[in-house]
Design a protein around this ligand. Structure first.
Ligand code: PHE
Length: 345
C-alpha cells in the first residue's frame, strides 16, 4: 500500500511541469507543507512492520528530497525569467537585439541586372508557364519532328498525348510563342524564367537552370539591330572594354543564327583556364526569327521581321562572380549565400 503510494507520488513529482506561479504554489501545498501528502505518508510509516521499515524509510526519504529538489529548480527557473522581464522593462536604454538580414540570391541579383539593362532599351518582362505543351516548346518554334532536343534524354515529359505531349519547358522561347500568338507586333520583351533539361547533375550541368530570352519584332528589324542591342547589353553588364564576336550557329527557330562570345572577363583576352586559353567565352545564342515561326504564330512574315536571343543566368553569374560549381546555386548553403549580402540592390 505504502510503497504503491510512494511510487505514484514519485511519478507525479517527476512529470510536474508548471504553467504559472499558481501551479508552483499548488505543488508546494500538496507535497511540502506540514499537512501535505508526504507528511501523511510519514505518519502511516510509523505503523508498518519493522522488516518493512528499512526499505520503505529509504524510498520515503528519497521522495521527500525529490519533491524539495523539484520545487527549488522550478523556483530558480521562474526567478530567472522574471529577472529578464524586469530588466527589459526597467532599462529602456539597453541596445536592441540584432537580427540577421537575408540577402538576394546571386541568380536573382543577376536577373535583376539583366532586366534593368533591357528595360532601358524599352523591353518589357513577359512570363509563361513552366509546364508546357509540345506546340509552344517545340512545334511552333520550327523543330522538325525528329529533332534530338525532343528526345527523352533532354526533355522531362509529364504526359504523352497524341500530337501534343506535355513537358517541363526546356527554354523560355515558349513564352515568345505565347506572346506572338496573343498579339500583334511590335513586340519588345524579355522572358526570364526557370527551364528544365534531363541532364545528370554535376559542377557544369543541372536538371534545371534559369534563362533570359529576348524578342524584338517590328517592321524592318535587321541583324544590325540585333548586334547593336546585344553589344550595348554586354558593355552595360561587363564593362565598356568588353569585346563581342558572333559565330555562325544553328537553331530551328532562327535563320541566320549565331552564338555570341565575349572577351574573357577574367584574363581580358590573354588566355586563362576559364576561357580555355582562347580569350573568349560564349554567353548566348541568337538570330533572326525564322519566318516559319512568325507564320506559325499568325504574324505576316513579309511585313515583319525580328530577332531573338537566349542566355543562361547561371553562366552569366559564373562569369561575374567566378563561381565554378553550378550545384552551389541550389544547395542553399548560407556560407555561399551570405557572400552576396553586400549586394543588396
Ligand atoms: N532557346 C535557345 C536555348 O535555349 C536560346 C536561343 C533563343 C537561341 C533565341 C536563339 C534565339 O538554347
Amino acid at each position: 500500500m505504502l510503497d504503491e503510494k510512494i511510487a505514484q507520488y514519485a511519478q507525479e513529482i517527476e512529470q510536474f511541469t508548471p504553467q504559472s506561479q499558481e501551479d508552483v504554489e499548488a505543488f508546494r501545498l500538496r507535497f511540502l507543507v506540514a499537512k501535505g501528502v508526504i507528511r501523511d505518508l510519514f505518519d502511516a510509516f510509523k505503523s508498518v512492520s519493522p522488516e518493512q521499515k528499512r526499505s520503505l524509510g529509504k524510498s520515503l526519504n528519497e521522495l521527500k528530497q525529490a519533491a524539495e529538489l523539484k520545487y527549488r529548480t522550478i523556483q530558480e527557473q521562474f526567478a530567472a525569467i522574471a529577472a529578464v522581464h524586469k530588466r527589459d522593462i526597467e532599462d529602456l536604454t539597453l541596445p536592441g537585439e540584432g537580427f540577421v538580414m537575408g540577402s538576394r540570391h546571386p541568380l536573382a541579383l543577376v536577373r535583376k541586372e539583366i532586366v534593368e539593362i533591357f528595360r532601358k532599351l524599352g523591353f518589357v518582362v513577359a512570363e509563361g508557364p513552366e509546364i508546357e505543351d509540345d506546340w509552344h516548346n517545340f512545334t511552333a518554334l520550327n523543330f522538325p519532328p525528329e529533332h534530338p532536343a525532343r528526345d527523352m534524354q533532354d526533355t522531362f515529359f509529364i504526359k504523352k498525348q497524341e500530337g501534343n505531349d506535355i513537358a517541363l519547358r526546356t527554354h523560355t522561347s515558349s513564352v515568345q510563342v505565347r506572346m506572338m500568338e496573343n498579339g500583334q507586333p511590335p513586340f519588345r520583351a524579355i522572358m526570364p524564367g526557370r527551364v528544365y533539361r534531363n541532364e545528370a547533375i554535376s559542377a557544369r550541368a543541372h536538371c534545371f537552370f534559369h534563362q533570359v530570352e529576348g524578342l524584338y519584332i517590328d517592321e524592318n528589324v535587321s541583324f544590325a539591330d540585333l548586334k547593336q542591342t546585344l553589344y550595348y547589353f554586354v558593355q552595360e553588364l561587363f564593362g565598356e572594354d568588353t569585346k563581342v564576336r558572333f559565330r555562325p550557329s544553328y537553331f530551328p527557330f532562327t535563320e541566320p543564327s549565331a552564338e555570341m562570345d565575349i572577351s574573357c572577363t577574367i584574363c581580358k583576352g590573354a588566355g586563362c583556364t576559364l576561357c580555355k586559353k582562347t580569350g573568349w567565352v560564349e554567353i548566348l545564342g541568337c538570330g533572326m526569327v525564322d519566318p516559319n515561326v512568325l507564320e506559325n504564330c499568325n504574324i505576316d512574315s513579309r511585313k515583319y521581321s525580328g530577332f531573338a536571343f537566349g542566355m543562361g543566368i547561371e553562366r552569366i553569374t559564373n562569369l561575374k562572380y567566378e563561381i565554378k560549381d553550378l550545384r552551389l546555386f541550389s544547395e542553399n548553403d548560407v556560407r555561399f549565400l551570405s557572400q552576396f549580402e553586400t549586394e543588396l540592390i
